[in-house]
Design a protein around this ligand. Structure first.
Ligand code: SF4
Length: 280
């Protein structure tokens, strides 16, 4: 674990207390300040679990909390107070099997790629046996924060069933993307895995158009398509990262004017109880 963590920290530029990667992982005293509207569970994820560790918020898909381990621990994480994970796999599989409208299963957590390849393969094989499941999606920061973990064994675990795999990685700043990340993404794409990115708009980290445009361009050069740019979920202790919707819209408009459409991520936020993500 320490070795993997170094892969992200190595990209931090020394002697710069405002380094955009450092700011994502450095605990700060201001996290202790309470701010109105910033809650421990702003998205109501505790109550959206018909089975512990299975989130069923949107039509046609469920999200599984398969682990609560991550390659890095982001200080703005929307699940920083949610340590739930699946303990009863049989109940989870039964739930999916009994709900034929569930076409997509999303592995999340924590980071699902922190599981051993064999554990991952076992889960995916069981999901693939449920006929109405058509898509496997994986939400992960591993290719960005610990690209060495993208091994052939892991790729085989992901791709040896009938399920097409969509991987949504999480990168917030172009400085996170280097040749090791590009090599990991190349392996994934060779295995026919579609690789998309979601970012969070973060104050003093990526809340300027120069950085956001450079991020989209570098993602593309790395083999990843920009997918979502999220407003920060209002989680307790993260208010110092928050960028409001008016500023977000301005930044997004300039991105739209300066980038080809396929490099402009959708600007969205999650609203408690909504049937999908909401466009800003
Ligand atoms: S890697 Fe993802 S789940 Fe883990 S701490 Fe960061 S944002 Fe949260």
């Amino acid at each position: 674990m320490r070795k993997q963590k170094q892969e992200f920290t190595k990209k931090i530029i020394p002697n710069n207390p405002l380094d955009p990667l450092l700011l994502q992982i450095l605990p700060q005293a201001k996290e202790q300040q309470k701010r109105a509207g910033f809650l421990q569970d702003p998205l109501g994820e505790k109550t959206a679990q018909p089975i512990p560790g299975l989130l069923h918020k949107y039509f046609g898909r469920v999200l599984l909390l398969v682990t609560n381990t991550c390659p890095i621990y982001c200080r703005f994480c929307f699940r920083r107070y949610l340590n739930d994970m699946i303990t009863d796999w049989q109940s989870v599989l039964n739930y999916i099997a009994k709900n034929p409208e569930i076409k997509e299963v999303i592995l999340s957590g924590g980071d699902p790629l922190m599981l051993k390849s064999q554990e991952l393969a076992t889960i995916i094989n069981k999901l693939a046996k449920i006929k109405h499941v058509q898509i496997l999606r994986v939400h992960t920061r591993v290719p960005i924060a610990a690209p060495k973990l993208i091994t052939q064994q892991l790729i085989t675990a992901l791709t040896s069933t009938r399920l097409p795999v969509v991987m949504v990685v999480h990168s917030n700043h172009p400085q996170e993307l280097d040749t090791k990340v590009a090599a990991a993404v190349k392996k994934l794409k060779r295995a026919n895995i579609l690789v998309l990115n979601q970012s969070v708009l973060l104050k003093k980290i990526n809340d300027d158009t120069k950085t956001l445009i450079a991020l989209s361009e570098k993602l593309f050069a790395t083999g990843i398509l920009p997918y979502y740019l999220h407003l920060l979920d209002k989680v307790q202790g993260t208010a110092h990262f928050y960028v409001g919707s008016t500023q977000a819209r301005k930044l997004h408009k300039i991105m739209t004017e300066k980038l080809p459409g396929f490099l402009v991520p959708k600007l969205v936020y999650e609203k408690r109880g909504a049937k999908s993500k909401v466009l800003v």
